[in-house]
Write a protein that binds this ligand. Structure first.
Ligand code: SIN
Length: 505
């Protein structure tokens, strides 16, 4: 489609997604039904899903009611008991491995669906599909490595064992910025542990979840183990957090919603994993490799058009290297090509919705009104679709909105500092604590600053910290619980201790 940095082009916008969908190798992967009680089912009521590159409706999806959620939870309860009673860890691992293989085979189709509903570039979308699949592969292995213990007893004739058991039905609420990976990072460990899931996918991007669900069932995962209820009804999250059958909530999204869910879940004392907002500092020390730091900032800031919880929200640069870093970053950002995700020349897609464009513009306007200057970009082009220019601000200070609030857009605000202590203080001056990054070649500084940053994940000399093997999660108001890694499966298990006494009788 002939869409460039100036945006979409009239009638072509209308056919953009139709052509892309018609070219899917497997048409059955574009699904608009809910997946309830082991079947895809249509609903009388549906809601619109938008295509961010054109701002037009991509399609309609079943709009589940609270009664659908209640029925899905009940169905998932019975299915989970059977799943746990009838499968070994090796069998669950085998199902996950088959699911992984099917996703790899269908990566291009899922990438197109994902790009259409989210807006990210095709290569980023396929990259996300592979990232999503890596959690399935990881937890296929973890299923068979999740051992209990034999504990030395304080009594001579007693044996103490631990069993790891599934928590039961899990309520899964995921965001639109990673329509594939946030689903698999939660449900692969749930299945490995022997749990069932009821998913409320994001209403902006439900299609990727439904495609993954079809492949899960094709792979032999018992259908009632996975229930997918797309909905526009916000009360659905409340149902998941309060229904006594649900034993765990896993949520990725805003801190405000996370706090509300934790409060609601407290009444039935559900386990919770909450991966919430961030305000990541990205520090560039004067002893850093500046080219490496610019490369890291490009990945970390502009991946998914700045819409990641772990993206650099504040670039904090030592004064002596400020001009050099800014000049190099401007050159790289100027080379980005804004456009629709599926256009092969695009390197920066649209935001997911109009709200994202407005928030980015508000952060820029606020900073400029308080003295920041625009080093690059700064405008939202008046075109169909939800575009904002990738933007760099210089001279940003802690009194500006962007210092305290996650932009979730393509805005790189540059702060400056004199000393290491200043940089650490500025970095930690936030209620959030998800990710932090810094660049330095000084080994002692690397150890010192990595310890001092108040966040759950630190990237040193890299902007890329996300991988199946690395624990993902935050501290402070960025939430609790860890996803991926050797720890991720624990979130879906209870430890039962079994004490066998009188062993000598
Ligand atoms: C997120 O933004 O929530 C996830 C980012 C990631 O997994 O890298």
């Amino acid at each position: 489609m002939a869409v460039d940095a100036n945006g979409t082009n009239g009638a072509q916008a209308e056919t953009y997604h139709q052509e892309a969908l018609a070219a899917l190798k497997d048409q059955s992967l574009f699904i608009k039904d809910a997946f309830l009680d082991g079947k895809f089912v249509s609903k009388d009521k549906e809601f619109d899903v938008y295509e961010p590159s054109t701002g037009t409706v991509l399609g309609k999806v079943a709009n589940c009611t609270l009664d659908d959620f209640k029925a899905a939870i009940k169905s998932a309860e019975t299915a989970q008991q059977e799943f746990w009673a009838t499968t070994t860890a090796a069998q669950r691992g085998g199902m996950l491995r088959k699911w992984f293989n099917l996703i790899i085979e269908n990566q291009e189709d899922i990438g197109v669906i994902l790009s259409l509903e989210n807006g990210k570039t095709r290569s980023e979308a396929v990259g996300e599909v592979l990232y999503a699949a890596s959690f399935i592969s990881w937890f296929a292995e973890e299923a068979t490595r999740s051992y209990g213990d034999t504990i030395p007893s304080s009594s001579p004739d007693t044996t103490v064992l631990t069993f790891k058991e599934p928590v039961g039905v899990c309520g899964i609420i995921t965001p639109w910025n990673f329509p594939a990976a946030m689903i698999t990072r939660k449900i692969a460990p749930a299945f490995a542990a022997g749990c069932s899931v009821v998913i409320k996918p994001p209403s902006e991007t439900p299609y990727t979840c439904l495609a993954l669900t079809k492949l899960a069932v094709d792979a032999g995962i018992p259908p009632k183990i996975i229930q997918v209820c797309p909905t526009k009804d916000r009360a659905a999250a409340t149902e998941l957090a309060t229904n006594p059958i649900v034993k765990k909530i896993s949520f990725t999204g805003s801190t405000g919603v996370g706090k509300m869910l934790a409060k609601l879940a407290a009444d039935t004392l559900k386990k919770c994993s909450l991966e919430l907002g961030g305000n990541a500092p990205f520090i560039v020390f004067e002893d850093a490799d500046i080219d490496l730091a610019v490369e890291g900032a490009m990945f970390c800031k502009f991946r998914c058009t700045g819409q990641t919880c772990v993206c650099a929200n504040r670039l904090i640069v030592q004064k002596s290297v400020l001009p050099q870093f800014t000049e190099k970053l401007v050159a790289k950002v100027a080379a980005l090509k804004m456009g629709p995700g599926l256009d092969p020349s695009t390197t920066q897609g649209p935001l997911v919705n109009r709200g994202g464009v407005t928030k980015t513009a508000e952060h820029i306007a606020d900073a400029v009104s308080k003295g920041a200057t625009i080093a690059f970009g700064g405008k939202a082009p008046e075109v169909p679709g939800f575009f904002h220019e990738p933007t760099i601000l210089s001279g940003v200070t802690p009194d500006m909105l962007v210092a305290n609030d996650e932009t979730f857009g393509p805005l790189a605000p540059i702060f400056s500092f004199d000393t290491e202590d200043d940089a650490v203080k500025l970095s930690n001056d936030t209620e959030f604590g998800l990710a932090g990054y810094f660049f330095s070649k000084d080994v002692a500084r690397v150890m010192r600053v990595a310890r001092k940053l108040e966040c759950g994940m630190v990237g040193v000399n890299t902007g890329k910290i996300s991988a199946a093997e690395a624990p993902f999660g935050g501290v402070k108001e960025s939430g609790y619980g860890r996803e991926g890694s050797m720890y991720g499966i624990n979130e879906y298990q209870n430890i039962k201790s079994v004490t066998i006494g009188n062993n000598d009788k």
